[in-house]
Ligand binder design. Structure first.
Ligand SMILES: [Zn+2]
Length: 215
């Protein structure tokens, strides 16, 4: 894409800088921005002081179904949808602002972040690709993430329905934060109907954004 406007070009650099500061990988930058790869790499160097990391992006929608990731993904995605549909933000602005809100929420409530920016970006792509959908919890009415092929009615979210093995894991170890390079779903194959003790021990129940009317 040829950029003819210096102002547009400057805006792209600002957007790229914001994404890099939030932890975006090169694949995310190249996909979202019209800047050439070499400029993105230079920008990355200037901001982070190091080369962009290499490696595969997460590719499994199942990762978002583990209970803790599901709560965090639902929290972020509700914010993203609100910013995009109600506040009139572009996709990219909703992504960066939504992720900042999510990060601030975790920091204020001393929660370990489960999503990084790439996970958040991939989540949005999975929604766009028709792999995921939001459904309303039949207890709290909060909207949460499920597979597209799941029947949406009558489900209960991971906050309302804690997992059966609650209280067993937190004593032993901390659950590592989400890593972009791996898909945790395979070796941490909990479902959203399960929860472990870490959430209870920390009273990890992030308040949901108010349900957003979609129609
Ligand atoms: Zn619920």
């Amino acid at each position: 894409m040829t950029r003819t406007s210096i102002i547009d070009d400057a805006r792209e650099v600002v957007r790229a800088s914001a994404l890099i500061e939030l932890g975006a990988r090169m694949q995310v930058l190249e996909s979202e921005l019209a800047l050439p790869r070499d400029r993105l790499i230079r920008l990355y160097h200037e901001i982070k002081g190091e080369s962009p990391p290499k490696g595969m992006l997460p590719s499994s929608a199942d990762w978002y179904m583990t209970w803790q990731a599901n709560i965090h993904a639902s929290l972020f995605y509700n914010a993203y949808v609100f910013l995009k549909d109600q506040a009139g933000c572009s996709h990219l602005d909703a992504l960066t602002k939504g992720f900042r809100l999510y990060r601030e929420h975790c920091a204020q409530n001393r929660l370990e972040m489960q999503l990084d920016l790439t996970r958040a970006w991939t989540l949005v792509r999975f929604f766009k690709g028709g792999l995921l959908q939001l459904t309303a919890c039949r207890r709290c009415a909060g909207k949460f993430v499920i597979h597209k092929y799941d029947a949406p009615d009558g489900k209960v979210c991971a906050i309302c329905q804690p997992p059966s093995r609650a209280g067993k894991r937190a004593k032993d170890k901390e659950v590592p934060a989400a890593s972009c390079g791996t898909d945790g779903a395979s070796d941490d194959a909990e479902t959203q109907t399960e929860i472990d003790a870490q959430g209870e021990a920390r009273s990890e129940k992030p308040p949901r954004p108010k349900p957003i009317p979609r129609d």
